[in-house]
Design a protein. Structure first.
Length: 417
């Protein structure tokens, strides 16, 4: 495989951020993602969908187990392959990647490994974070750790406000690479540089961008990053990756310790030999027990697909589609965050006012009607914090944008809005 797969299943020329075509076909169509024949799927920000190659990889794992063809060496080959591919995706070394259960486990692994002292603090924009990147820090208040909560600016995480909140007792700054609502991109580099100069650990929740938008832990000076293998990485639930820069991993003491986290020779894999053990000096000190092998088979296959196409091409593709949808919604008189038209734009498009509703509900009657109309016509989307939310990936196209705008136009015309 040398490039993106078109709707017909043939290989096409790899795209680039410049010279975007006027009409955008799917980078991968029904030959890889059968979901596109069942619905208009615009909800990768909420749940994952699988390609045929991922399904085949999981079937291969099950066959290996069922027919006793699977060995530790085979399993580890797939695990190491997934680890290496993800490392390349974010500009890291494979030794800096630990496999975890999910984003929550990865964040908690870092949060509980820091030698906190009463009076230390963590800086975050809590109102724009998913609860899974708030609750671990709330839990630390019992140790006297302060949460320095920064307010958003026009619905966005403002780097200057984050940086201004850092002081001599700040141990961690954390944020999402893209907020789940209203779906705006964060300037990670600005925050990362400020944290690095102050020896503050910078932790990023990348679940809404990994595999879709470019991210480089080195250039953005990120110290730790967590994501799921689901959503943008197009793998399965119940597995994730934790990146931790070696210089920080060596300074952190994991709450749990198990076989993958310590240095033992292969011939001593299942025995201690001695109680004098040395913890690994890299991110794998955070791994606990056996990984989810089926999920590793799956994400090894999905990361290969993402690597064939290239995240820069995927990013250019989804940003163009999202831009068209935003502009079309504004033309229909619907509310779209103004900052989504600048450098903070992502593949997630939200419509409505932040906070005008909840999880799955919108108080605006027009938006509620639009969501009902979209559901009736098999357009998969979500409502978060009162905003209609759409998200693009490599299997989406201009056809999807046209369909959503057509349905939205029907609702607006019918209501006289």
């Amino acid at each position: 495989m040398t490039g993106p797969i078109t709707t017909a299943g043939t290989v096409s020329r790899q795209g680039s951020p410049e010279g975007a075509p006027a009409h955008r076909e799917r980078l991968c169509g029904a030959s890889e993602f059968p979901v596109v024949e069942r619905c208009t799927y615009l909800s990768i920000c909420d749940s994952t969908v699988l390609s045929n190659r991922v399904r085949h990889a999981v079937d291969e794992f099950l066959d290996h187990v069922m027919y006793w063809r699977e060995t530790r060496a085979v399993r580890e080959y797939r695990v190491d392959g997934a680890r290496d591919k993800f490392a390349r995706l974010v500009g890291a070394s494979a030794t800096d990647i630990a496999i975890v259960k999910n984003v929550s486990e990865g964040i908690n692994a870092i949060a509980t490994a820091i030698p906190w002292r009463a009076g230390d603090n963590v800086v975050l924009c809590a109102s724009l974070e998913h609860p899974n990147n708030v609750l671990p820090w709330v839990h630390l208040r019992r140790l006297g750790v302060e949460m320095r909560v920064v307010e958003p600016v026009e619905g966005a995480i403002e780097p200057d406000a984050i940086i201004a909140a850092i002081d001599g007792r700040t141990r961690v700054v954390t944020c999402s690479s893209v907020t789940f609502a209203p779906g705006l991109r964060t300037d990670l580099g600005a925050i990362g540089r400020a944290c690095r100069s102050r020896d503050v650990l910078f932790l990023v929740d990348a679940v809404q961008s990994a595999g879709i938008l470019s991210i480089d832990v080195s250039s953005d000076q990120i110290d730790a990053l967590v994501t799921s293998t689901a959503k943008g990485l197009l793998g399965m639930y119940g597995c994730g990756f934790l990146y931790c820069r070696r210089e920080w991993a060596e300074r952190l003491t994991p709450t749990y310790l198990s076989r993958p986290a310590v240095e033992l020779p292969p011939e001593r894999y299942s025995e201690m030999g001695s109680l004098d053990v040395t913890m690994r000096g890299d991110a794998r000190r955070f791994e606990v027990g056996a990984v989810d092998y089926a999920s590793c088979y799956a994400v090894d296959a999905s990361l290969a697909l993402l690597g064939d196409i290239g995240v820069p091409a995927i990013e250019a593709h989804v940003l163009a589609l999202a831009g068209r949808l935003r502009t079309g919604m504004v033309d229909l008189g619907l509310d779209v965050p103004s900052r989504a038209f600048g450098s903070e734009a992502s593949h997630i498009v939200t419509v409505g006012r932040l906070g005008a509703g909840g999880h799955g509900t919108a108080t605006d009657p027009l938006l509620a009607s639009l969501s009902e109309h979209l559901n009736a016509h098999n357009v998969v989307h979500t409502i978060r914090r009162g905003m209609l939310r759409f998200a693009f990936h490599l299997f989406n196209s201009d056809e999807d944008v046209n369909r959503v705008l057509g349905l939205a136009r029907e609702v607006v015309s019918r209501t006289g809005a």
